[in-house]
Design a protein around this ligand. Structure first.
Ligand SMILES: C[S@@+](CC[C@H](N)C(=O)[O-])C[C@H]1O[C@@H](n2cnc3c(N)ncnc32)[C@H](O)[C@@H]1O
Length: 399
C-alpha cells in the first residue's frame, strides 16, 4: 500500500467505528456498543482487573467474542509498518552518563536508524527540542558533522554544552523557542534535522518550517499529539483535510493511552487512585440523583494516605458538593474497585484503535512532506518496551 492508500483505508475504518473508540469506559457506565455486542460486553465485564492490566499493551491476541478478533485483525493489518528496531551497534558507555537507561536505548536506536537509512550522509545536524542534546551529540560524535541543538531551557543547554565539550563534539547549544519565527531562520537547506519526542505543535512546526527552508533531511518521532494550541486537530496534508475522521484534542490523547508497564508500586497507587475516583463517581451520582460524571482533579500521592473517605470528601469539596455520607464506605470502595475492573477491561476494545489512530496521524505528516517534495519512509525505530512512542518518520528531499 502507498501512504495515500493506507491513509484512506485507515480513515474509512476509523470513521466507521468512531462511536466505539470514542466511548469512554471511565465516564459512561454503559458504552453505546455494548447493546450491539452483548456477548463481548459480558465477557469483558466478567474479567478481573489483573487480566486487563496484563493485556493492556497487546490486546490483539485475546480470545474474545465477535467482533473483537475481526477488529483486532483489521487494526493490525491497517497499522502495519516496517520494523527497524534491530540492535544498534555499541557506543562507549560513558557517552550515556546521566541519561536514564530506557532513554539512552531509544536515542541509540533512533541514531542508528537515522544513519542507516538516510541515503546521503548528513553535513550538518540540527537537534530540534534537544533537551541536553544527547541525540544530536551521538549523531555528531559518530559522523563528525557539526550539530546545532535548539532548546529553550537555559539549564539544559548549559549542561548539554558541557557534555559536548567533554566529548569533543562540535555542537552549538542554542537557547531558542522553536515556535518563534526568529528561530525558523536558523533552518537551512544543507541541514539534517532530527527530533526525538517533540510534542504536537513543536514537531508540526518543524515539518512546516523544515520543508519551507528545504532542509535536506527531516527525521522525527512524534509524541503528545494532543499538545496543540488549536482546539481541534488541523490536518497537514490535502488528503487529511478531506478525511472522514475529524479529531478533537481529546481524541488525540487516545494513542497516548498505551504506557510502558509501570513498576508494581506505581501501578498499585495508580489503581487505588482510580478505584477511589470511581467510588466517588458512584457516590456523587447516587447522592445527587444525577447520572452524570464529574471530572476529578489530580491529587498528590500523599492524598491516598488519608484513606478513602477523606479522599472522596475532598473530591466532593472540590465540586462544592455537600453530599450525604454513604451508608458504608467499605462497600462503596468495593464497588469502586469493581467499576475499575470493568472500565479497564472495556478499554481493551478502544485499545485496538490506538495504533491505527497514531498511524493515521503519522501518515498525515508523511503525506504533507510528500506534497512538499520529500521521499518519506515510516517505521518502528525501537521495541515498544522501550517506549510506546516508537514510530519514526524519515524524509529526504528528492533531489
Ligand atoms: C520531551 S522533551 C525531548 C527532549 C529530547 N529530544 C529527548 O528525547 O530526550 C521535549 C523538549 O522540548 C523542549 N521544548 C519545549 N517547548 C519548546 C519550545 N517552544 N522551543 C524549544 N524547546 C522546547 C523542552 O524543554 C524539552 O527539553
Amino acid at each position: 500500500m502507498s501512504h495515500a492508500e493506507q491513509f484512506e483505508a485507515l480513515d474509512a475504518w476509523l470513521s466507521e467505528y468512531q462511536a466505539v473508540w470514542r466511548a469512554r469506559p471511565f465516564v459512561q457506565h454503559r458504552l453505546p456498543w455494548e447493546a450491539d455486542w452483548t456477548e463481548l460486553s459480558t465477557a469483558l465485564r466478567a474479567r478481573a482487573l489483573e487480566q486487563a492490566e496484563a493485556d493492556h499493551g497487546d490486546p490483539h491476541r485475546l480470545d474474545l467474542p465477535a467482533p473483537f478478533p475481526a477488529l483486532a485483525a483489521t487494526s493490525r493489518r491497517l497499522s502495519r509498518l516496517p520494523d527497524w528496531s534491530s540492535s544498534p551497534p555499541p557506543v562507549p558507555l560513558n557517552l550515556s552518563a546521566h541519561i536514564p537507561g530506557r532513554k539512552w536505548q531509544q536515542i541509540q536506536h533512533f541514531a542508528h536508524i537515522t544513519s542507516l537509512t538516510l541515503t546521503e550522509p548528513a553535513a550538518k545536524w540540527v537537534d530540534w527540542c534537544a533537551g541536553k542534546g544527547h541525540l544530536g551529540r551521538l549523531l555528531g560524535w559518530r559522523s563528525a558533522a557539526p550539530v546545532m541543538c535548539l532548546e529553550r531551557d537555559r539549564q539544559l543547554n548549559h549542561d548539554g554544552a558541557e557534555l559536548s565539550r567533554h566529548w569533543q563534539v562540535c555542537a552549538e547549544h542554542v537557547e531558542a523557542d522553536v515556535l518563534a519565527p526568529e528561530t525558523w531562520g536558523r533552518l537551512a537547506a544543507e541541514q539534517s534535522v532530527v527530533a526525538l519526542h517533540a510534542c504536537g505543535d513543536l514537531h508540526a512546526t518543524l515539518l512546516r518550517q523544515g520543508a519551507a527552508a528545504g532542509c535536506r533531511q527531516l527525521t522525527l518521532s512524534p509524541c503528545c499529539y494532543n499538545r496543540i494550541a488549536s482546539p481541534a486537530y488541523e490536518p497537514m496534508s490535502a488528503l487529511g483535510r478531506h478525511a472522514a475522521v475529524s479529531l478533537s484534542r481529546e481524541d488525540l490523547g487516545l494513542p497516548l493511552q498505551q504506557t510502558v508497564t509501570a513498576g508494581r508500586r506505581v501501578r498499585a497507587l495508580r489503581d487505588r487512585s482510580m478505584a477511589w475516583r470511581l467510588a466517588f463517581d458512584l457516590w456523587q451520582r447516587e447522592a445527587r440523583g444525577v447520572d452524570e460524571y464529574l471530572p476529578t482533579p489530580s491529587r498528590p500521592e500523599s492524598a491516598l494516605a488519608c484513606g478513602m473517605p477523606a479522599f472522596c470528601r475532598d473530591l466532593a469539596a472540590h465540586h462544592k458538593l455537600a453530599l450525604p455520607e454513604p451508608e458504608n464506605w467499605a462497600v462503596l470502595e468495593a464497588h469502586g474497585w469493581q467499576r475499575l475492573a470493568i472500565a479497564r477491561n472495556l478499554e481493551l476494545v478502544q485499545a485496538l484503535f490506538r495504533r491505527p489512530l497514531e498511524v493515521w496521524l503519522l501518515l498525515d505528516r508523511a503525506l504533507y512532506l510528500e506534497e512538499q517534495g520529500y521521499r518519506v519512509r515510516l517505521g518502528q525505530f525501537c521495541p515498544v518496551e522501550l517506549t510506546p512512542r516508537n514510530l519514526i518518520l524519515l524524509a529526504e528531499r528528492a533531489s
